[in-house]
Design a protein around this ligand. Structure first.
Ligand code: 5AD
Ligand code: SF4
Length: 494
């Protein structure tokens, strides 16, 4: 978010309304923003990356940790003076924070025009319209989990997966597809079951149709999204019970769809049929993101994760046995309530023996409204959380560094996604090779010199060296253009 003098921009006249969207948080939010933008565009809005040029500024927010919320409140603070100078600019808070804080947002930032929870996003255009015409803030949130019958609560979290629009995705070749909404696990530290509501799986026919449409638009890699994506279940009208493995099989039949990834899995629901699908379906990534959260039984019990460390180990053994080359990544929370040095050491041991591809590590952040907030004291000091975070990360990085060396000399097919993070110029102004990035079927990032023509292709690369997070590679080709480094000759498109 840029913090410039808000007075710089003059009110535009006679132009399509301009929309600026700031998205934080998980992939679900990225998808939600894409869908909201598409909907507003269909109503005449035009997207801008300059908030000062915008008539409508939307924040799609995250409540998983306090830090994410603090950032949004301070960003909102910066827009207060803009709103004073240009009262016609509409400001909206969407997503998990809107559902969690509701009126609190209007108390802290009374200049906000719309507050819309993740289960009400279809109403964004209508609410913007109403806020403008009635000049009063509009709020649309879903029912609290205990705010009605199960059906009433479910109904209040409306499905929002409208027709996809190609122009709105950051990549023309990759897309997210939601297969589930909400979560029913109720881990004690987590706001998601409250903010995203009850678990609801989408009809497989709809998922297949949406994917076909995306493929028609040029997408060749999809990522299926769900908070506990492997808990997917849906009974169709003919009485058939669909599991994630069935959906993967069905999606695999779509011609021109080349890759299918799914995130995030819940350890207890890692069934054998799913592992066999990962093993047997060549289009499915050999990659599982299965958060462990802790390596200590007492912590897992307090977190209400519904499995023990032994069960997690058993799941890892089944993964390794069924799909030996499968990459596994994990999440950990350090400094959870009551985590002693000894408990923490157990997380270190779990990381050591599991040999994850990578781990996402978070310092526990108490969230009002959760069971952990109510039941347990946040008793691990911030410096201790910080140290444990660094220590666990260091152990994971050392493992990734060692394990990645095994790939040196090997060849992989990658989907070339675009220039690597280190590239900052205008790609169209470059005629020679630049550093490109792509992922393997085990979700490993490869970086290599390549021409921008490679973007969107499936190219073969050979790994020449590796760090803990990146495989450094060169493009493999049997057509070498003389006088140029072989690394940027024509792509091998298999
Ligand atoms: N504090 C810290 N980390 C959390 N996560 C979820 N809730 C919290 C919290 N209150 C982490 C978990 C989850 C990831 C998305 O965020 O590790 O897997
Ligand atoms: Fe949160 Fe647990 Fe659901 Fe994941 S499984 S979204 S951590 S409640």
């Amino acid at each position: 978010m840029r913090s410039q003098d808000m007075s710089e921009t003059s009110e535009g006249t006679n132009h399509r309304p301009k929309l600026f969207v700031d998205t934080v948080g998980c992939q679900m939010n990225v998808l939600d923003s894409e869908l909201v933008i598409a909907r507003l565009r269909s109503q005449g809005y035009e997207l801008t990356d300059d908030p000062l040029a915008a008539d409508t500024i939307l924040f799609n927010t995250c409540s998983v940790r306090q830090h994410a919320e603090d950032k949004i409140y301070s960003a909102l603070g910066r827009f207060k003076s803009l709103k004073k100078k240009r009262p016609n600019v509409a400001i909206g808070v969407l997503g998990c924070m809107a559902q969690k804080d509701q009126d609190e947002i209007l108390k802290r930032a009374p200049f906000v025009d719309i507050v819309v929870g993740p289960g009400q996003l279809a109403r964004v255009p209508e609410l913007l319209e109403k806020a403008r015409s009635e000049k009063t803030p509009q709020m649309a949130v879903s029912k609290a989990r205990t705010g009605g019958t199960k059906l009433e609560v479910v109904d209040s979290f409306e499905e929002f997966d409208p027709i996809r629009e190609q122009a709105m995705r950051s990549s023309p070749y990759q897309a997210f597809v939601r297969i589930m909404m909400g979560c029913d696990k109720f881990c004690t530290y987590c706001v998601v079951p409250a903010t995203r509501g009850p678990e609801q799986s989408r009809d497989p026919a709809e998922i297949v149709e949406e994917t076909r449409l995306l493929v028609d638009q040029g997408v060749s890699e999809i990522t299926l999204l769900g908070q506990t994506v492997n808990s997917y279940k849906f009974r169709t009208g003919d009485g058939r019970q669909w599991r994630l493995s069935d959906l993967l099989t069905e999606l695999s039949d779509i011609p021109d769809l080349r890759r299918i990834k799914f995130i995030t899995s819940f350890p207890k629901d890692m069934t054998d049929d799913l592992l066999q699908a990962v093993r047997d379906l060549p289009k499915v990534f050999r990659y599982l993101h299965v958060p462990a959260q802790s390596g200590c039984d007492e912590m897992l019990r307090r977190m209400k994760r519904l499995y023990t460390v032994a069960q997690y180990d058993e799941m890892m053994a089944r993964i390794r046995e069924t799909v030996p080359d499968c990459a596994v990544s994990s999440d950990f929370i350090v400094g959870f309530c009551g985590e002693s040095e000894e408990s923490f050491e157990k997380s270190i041991e779990l990381v050591r023996r599991s040999r994850f591809k990578n781990s996402f590590i978070f310092k526990y952040s108490p969230r009002p409204g959760t069971k952990a907030f109510e039941l347990y004291a946040d008793d691990v000091p911030e410096e201790v959380k910080k140290r444990r975070n660094n220590d666990l990360l260091a152990v994971q990085s050392a493992i990734s560094q060692v394990d990645n060396q095994a790939f040196v000399g090997q060849e992989f097919e990658v989907l070339v996604e675009g220039p690597s993070k280190s590239f900052t110029g205008d790609l169209s102004a470059v005629s020679g090779p630049v550093q490109m990035a792509g992922r393997t079927m085990t979700d490993r990032i490869c970086v290599f010199e390549g021409n921008s023509r490679l973007i969107g292709t499936y190219s073969k690369v050979r790994v020449v060296s590796a760090s803990a997070v990146t495989l450094f590679a060169e493009v493999v080709t049997d057509r070498v253009t003389h006088g140029r480094p072989s690394a940027w000759t024509l792509p091998v498109i298999s």
